[in-house]
Design a protein around this ligand. Structure first.
Ligand SMILES: [Zn+2]
Length: 450
């Protein structure tokens, strides 16, 4: 097996991937909090860790990829109240929209997508263990983690304990023994329409404990890769790591891998800033191939700009590969091109360097095009398969135009909203343009009508 290294936030350097169970890799990546449609920035960890799974599977590992859905959270209560709908309904609808939006990326689903609301039993048990071991305390129906009881606290985010702010504001401030402490359980408040029973009172879990419990339930303690956006390092991941280590006496994960933010005009893309490009809009405008190529053109750890220039560049890359594919023949590739294939996989083995891997793809395409006879496409198919772009090689894969893609996105949105009359009308409109909608495991796709 090829030696694979990844950047680990805890140690601050490149670390070899040495799985807990030889030959098997468990990945947990923090998924969305479902209170609105997801934006391109939210999609980045989904893309990065889905592609990392493909690469590791190519290298011979049996990979289990878990991406949770945070469906119990203050943001959901706030958005539901503002919209005048029950929080449970908002969370359910936005979970369905998230699944539809990410399906359209054509990367398949993660192996497990646990919901916080379905993991309450494990969450309550984990909090009880923390109380028993002296790392947490109940106060008027809330439960807080006692940060100073766990001396390695800060080891993931490398922050000085005195400089930390849990971001919980005045909420619970009077019940905390120390301002550094953070909530594991919150007593039900006026206007919160979901709650569960627990030994210390009726309420609901804090965000951080949800992930500790969901990750352990599906992957056990000490799994291989914990991923997520770099904005989650503190406090979310610091707190996840502290909770599990304090309760179990063993680390939650071996490697902590963080992706950079998607930036619009230099600012982090976030709902609170208002500079959002919703994923389903981006997919309708650019198509999934260009969007995947756009993500691959940036190293996962670096921030990437979301700009017309970058997306046009990605569309050109995709067109170049499609164009080159027309001159290839099906079958094995010549040995002279093998070093370029090797360069592709070596780049991915070294901290999952997709821009360098893509450069190897273009070198391969250039060399193949220089040859007199048609070149066998096997190498290119293998490389593109890891990046989920193998569809570019299929004959006449010109793909639907922008109008058709937009109709598909609108039909998807109508379907998720259970407006089946509109969904059917849009399907008929697509049929009149020559496209048939096929709902597959990887989401809806447009295929030319026969
Ligand atoms: Zn999380």
């Amino acid at each position: 097996m090829r030696r694979i290294v990844l950047h680990d936030t805890r140690t601050g350097g490149l670390q070899p991937l040495e799985p807990r169970d030889p030959g098997r890799v468990g990945i947990y990546a923090c998924g969305p909090t479902v209170y609105g449609r997801i934006h391109v920035g939210n999609a980045r960890p989904f893309v990065v860790f889905s592609l990392l799974k493909r690469f590791l599977a190519h290298e011979g590992y049996a990979v289990t990829f878990v991406a949770n859905v945070t469906d119990v959270n203050d943001k959901i209560y706030d958005a539901a109240r503002a919209g005048g709908v029950p929080s449970e309904r908002l969370a359910r609808e936005m979970t369905a929209a998230y699944v539809a939006d990410t399906d359209a990326l054509g990367l398949g689903r993660p192996d497990a997508e646990p919901l916080a609301s379905e993991t309450i039993e494990q969450i309550v048990a984990l909090i009880a263990t923390l109380i028993e071991r002296g790392h947490a305390y109940a106060a008027e129906g809330d439960v807080y983690f006692d940060v100073r009881s766990y001396s390695p606290y800060g080891e993931l985010s490398h922050r000085d304990v005195e400089q930390m702010d849990q971001g919980e504001g005045v909420d619970g401030a009077s019940r905390k023994r120390d301002p550094l402490d953070f909530a594991l359980w919150k007593a039900q408040k006026e206007g919160e329409d979901t709650a569960w029973d627990a030994p210390w009172g009726r309420g609901r879990p804090g965000w951080h404990i949800e992930c500790s419990a969901m990750a352990e339930a599906l992957l056990g303690v000490g799994f291989d890769i914990h991923g997520g956006g770099s904005d989650l390092v503190f406090p979310h991941h610091e707190n996840e790591a502290a909770q599990t280590a304090a309760a179990r006496g063993a680390p939650l994960a071996r490697l902590w891998v963080h992706n950079g933010m998607v930036r619009l005009e230099g600012e982090k893309m976030a709902k609170s800033v208002g500079n959002i490009f919703l994923l389903h809009e981006a997919l309708a405008a650019h198509g999934r191939d260009a969007l995947i190529a756009y993500f691959c053109a940036g190293h996962y750890r670096q921030p990437i700009a979301y700009s017309a220039e970058r997306l046009e560049g990605a569309a050109r890359s995709v067109a170049r590969i499609r164009e080159a594919a027309r001159r290839l023949a099906a079958g094995p590739s010549p040995a002279e091109l093998a070093p370029l294939r090797e360069a592709f996989f070596a780049a991915l083995a070294e901290d999952f360097n997709t821009p360098r891997a893509l450069a190897a793809v273009f070198d391969w395409v250039r060399e193949a095009n220089r040859r007199d006879e048609p070149t066998g496409d096997a190498d290119l198919r293998e490389m593109l398969g890891v990046l989920a772009l193998e569809g570019l090689l299929d004959a006449d894969a010109e793909g639907p135009d922008e109008a058709a893609r937009e109709l598909l996105a609108r039909r998807e949105a109508a379907r998720v909203a259970r407006d089946f009359a509109t969904a059917d009308r849009l399907r008929d409109e697509l049929a009149s343009l020559g496209w048939e909608v096929r709902d597959g495991a990887a989401g809806p796709a447009l295929v030319p009508r026969g």
